[in-house]
Design a binder for this molecule. Structure first.
Ligand code: COA
Length: 197
């Protein structure tokens, strides 16, 4: 597994325009439809970053890569032996590439209403969240990384999978998945989830 990270605030407008031109027609259209300038920049930078990541992983050129999606929107690189996942939050875009199915999620930490956790966390996870400063974002990003790994996104019952985080590791209620936190910096929590077979 390789993780690529990019800070959008490092990108000049001219560079973003060049990367925009390198995207597929479909992605250009999706990007144009975004109202927020920051979200447009993240979408463009994510395309550039994952092309670079996949190109290095597979030994192909970035411009030769074509993408397709499953019915839930999970992207795949056509005809290449690689899996990847993208996430963006605030100024940061992250891409994980691997030879097995993978999901990644990043969130910038921010004040939250603790009650919001009841929508996605089980009783045991709520106890973890109550006693750990970044517990909310740890559990949230683990779940999102898991659902991105299996490719359904958050359309599924979020409590159908749960996590136990303790000093010996991160344990997923579903077998066959390996999950971990990726250190970005103190303002971000990032989780990655990968199939083991
Ligand atoms: C996918 C989803 C988890 C993304 O969460 P988010 O916190 O808003 O955004 P993130 O920045 O972490 O991730 C965005 C990336 O997830 C990827 N993605 C989208 N759908 C995905 C899926 N089903 N599985 C895995 N990855 C997915 C895309 O690469 C996207 O990046 P891009 O917009 O630059 O292409 C969330 O939007 C979701 O669950 N959507 C519902 C999917 C669904 O049910 N669709 C119904 C059919 S239309």
């Amino acid at each position: 597994m390789l993780i690529y990270k990019y800070n959008i605030s490092d990108t000049a407008e001219t560079e973003l325009n060049e990367w925009f031109d390198e995207m597929s027609d479909e992605r250009r259209l999706e990007t144009k439809q975004l109202i927020s300038k920051e979200k447009r920049a993240a979408k463009i930078a994510a395309d550039h970053l994952c092309r670079k990541a996949i190109a290095e992983f597979c030994g192909v050129t970035p411009e030769s890569i074509e993408f397709t999606k499953n019915k839930f929107g999970k992207p795949f690189a056509k005809n290449l032996p690689v899996h990847f996942s993208i996430s963006h939050s605030n100024n940061t875009v992250i891409c994980a590439v691997a030879d097995k199915e993978i999901g990644i999620d990043i969130e910038k930490t921010r004040p939250i209403n603790p009650k919001a956790a009841q929508k996605f966390a089980t009783e045991t996870e709520l106890e973890y969240i109550a006693s750990n400063q970044n517990g909310f974002f740890e559990i949230w990003t683990l779940k999102e990384a898991y659902f991105k790994c299996i490719g359904t996104g958050l359309g599924t019952d979020i409590k159908s999978v749960f996590f136990n985080i303790n000093p010996s590791g991160i344990f997923c209620s579903e077998s066959g998945f390996e999950c971990s936190f990726i250190d970005i910096d103190e303002d971000y929590i990032c989780s990655v989830c990968q199939k083991t077979t």
